[in-house]
Design a protein around this ligand. Structure first.
Ligand SMILES: Cc1cc2nc3c(=O)[nH]c(=O)nc-3n(C[C@H](O)[C@H](O)[C@H](O)COP(=O)(O)OP(=O)(O)OC[C@H]3O[C@@H](n4cnc5c(N)ncnc54)[C@H](O)[C@@H]3O)c2cc1C
Length: 410
């Protein structure tokens, strides 16, 4: 049985980013195995379902982290900067424009296609030393032993790793098989994504339009806009059966004329939405990251941004432990690491959850309160800044290089 220092289960956005962030450990001779059921990526096709037709809004921190990981140079040519965010409440007066230059002197972040992100991540990851890539089969089983975790792959190969990071996404059954409890709150809503053409250029503006049916986001995406259209599950059959022209009619009615009319829509793809959080995402020598630890509503584009902060912190903890001759998989160390991530996760999950619940409420008192709150942001620059930061997943911004060492065991 081969034994590795680290195993990453899942080679999606989070798994590949984590592998890159572990580079200092690999350069110091530590071994890593990455396992994913998707076929081996190629330069053109990253294959993992992580890298499908979606676009991802990267907060400024994630762009900086990707720069730090050597991924940004290949990605930046395909990225569209987010200079403005406009938040509005359909049928009510609540409205707010957040100008990144005025608030921060730099863009809020950038939008990239998941395919481009996958290509750029793989291009860097495949050059890492000391990595065994196991594509084409899932991990079926994980058994805990005091010195390692034993991973059974689909075709009966067995591996051992002294530290396992579960980055297998929100749909994998491994967490449940491990007996890690999950808190689940289905939103009974769907997110439908597509690329749309608009009459007017987006000029770097991202729009978050809250409607009674759910938020509709349009993000700057090259010459187009990336659409994230959420609606209640009960409308799914009806919307699924719509022709592109009928979808455009619906969107024009609900989104309004901020960019003129929406004139073209690509084939759409829909995802069921729920808030799922692992209650304690660690075991001895094992930790869950990314969607496996927390799957959020896509409103305000928080999921990957939260995961990026968590994985950078986790990699720094591992790199530092190895450099000091310590075992990163010891439970106490992982527990302290998980605690340092938990506050960020709670806050981000709470923010996106409350945003969806309050903005979809038809209760007139709630509607009046949110109109007041949105309108008053202008008069409170600190509150406006906090809202802008939170809406970009930046309120808890983990520093890239100066580790908050007080939360890690010495
Ligand atoms: C519509 C929509 C829009 C979004 N927009 C944004 C946004 O703008 N900004 C943002 O920050 N976030 C956004 N998100 C969230 C973001 O997509 C997720 O946070 C991100 O995909 C999580 O990546 P992951 O690698 O953890 O999981 P996944 O993307 O699910 O990848 C999991 C990987 O694990 C592999 N795997 C599965 N099972 C196994 C197994 N048994 N063994 C080994 N490997 C396995 C899979 O093949 C896959 O490669 C959005 C989500 C949705 C649904």
């Amino acid at each position: 049985m081969d034994t590795f220092d680290i195993a990453i289960v899942g080679g999606g956005m989070v798994g590949l980013s984590l592998a890159l962030a572990l580079k200092p450990s690999l350069e110091a001779g530590k071994s890593l195995v990455v396992i994913d059921p998707a076929p081996q990526p190629t330069e053109q096709a990253p294959h993992s379902p992580s890298f499908d037709d979606r676009a991802t809004a990267l907060a400024d921190y994630s762009c900086q982290a990707l720069e730090h990981l050597g991924v940004w140079p290949a990605l930046s040519a395909h990225a569209s900067a987010i200079d403005w965010i406009e938040v509005s409440d359909r049928g009510h007066l609540g409205y707010q424009v957040l100008d990144s230059q005025r608030l921060f002197n730099r863009p809020f972040g950038a939008v990239v296609s998941n395919t481009n992100l996958g290509q750029a991540l793989w291009q860097q990851a495949r050059t890492l030393p000391e990595v065994e890539w196991c594509f084409g089969e899932p991990v079926d089983r994980i058994d805990s032993h005091s010195e390692h975790q034993r991973l059974t792959l689909n075709r009966s190969r067995t591996l051992a790793a002294r530290q396992v990071f579960l980055c297998d996404g929100g749909r994998s059954p491994l967490l449940q098989k491990l007996g890690i409890p999950l808190q689940q709150q289905p939103y009974q809503a769907m997110a439908r994504i597509a690329t749309v053409r608009t009459e007017q250029p987006h000029r770097g503006r991202a729009y978050e339009r809250f409607t009674h049916q759910g938020p509709i986001a349009l993000l700057p995406f090259g010459n187009y806009c990336a659409l994230v259209w959420t609606y209640p599950e009960r409308l799914h059959k009806r919307i699924n059966a719509m022709t592109p022209a009928q979808q455009l009619d619906w969107l024009n009615q609900h989104f309004g004329q901020r960019l003129g009319r929406l004139t073209e829509i690509s084939p759409t793809q829909a995802y069921p939405l729920s808030l799922v959080q692992a209650v304690a995402p660690i075991r001895h020598r094992l930790m869950a990251l990314g969607n496996s630890a927390a799957t959020l509503h896509p409103v305000a584009g928080q999921g990957f941004n939260l995961a990026m902060r968590s994985l950078m912190r986790s990699a720094r903890y591992c790199n530092q432990s190895f450099a000091e001759g310590k075992e990163p998989g010891e439970f106490k160390g992982l527990q302290a690491l998980a605690q340092s991530i938990a506050a960020d996760q709670r806050q981000t999950a709470f923010f996106s959850d409350q945003l969806v619940r309050h903005f979809s409420s038809t209760n007139p008192l709630v509607a009046a309160a949110r109109t007041l709150a949105l309108g008053s942001l202008d008069r409170h620059p600190m509150a406006q800044k906090a809202f802008a930061l939170a809406s970009m997943g930046l309120l808890q911004n983990a520093p890239l290089s100066s580790a908050p060492l007080e939360v890690l065991p010495t």
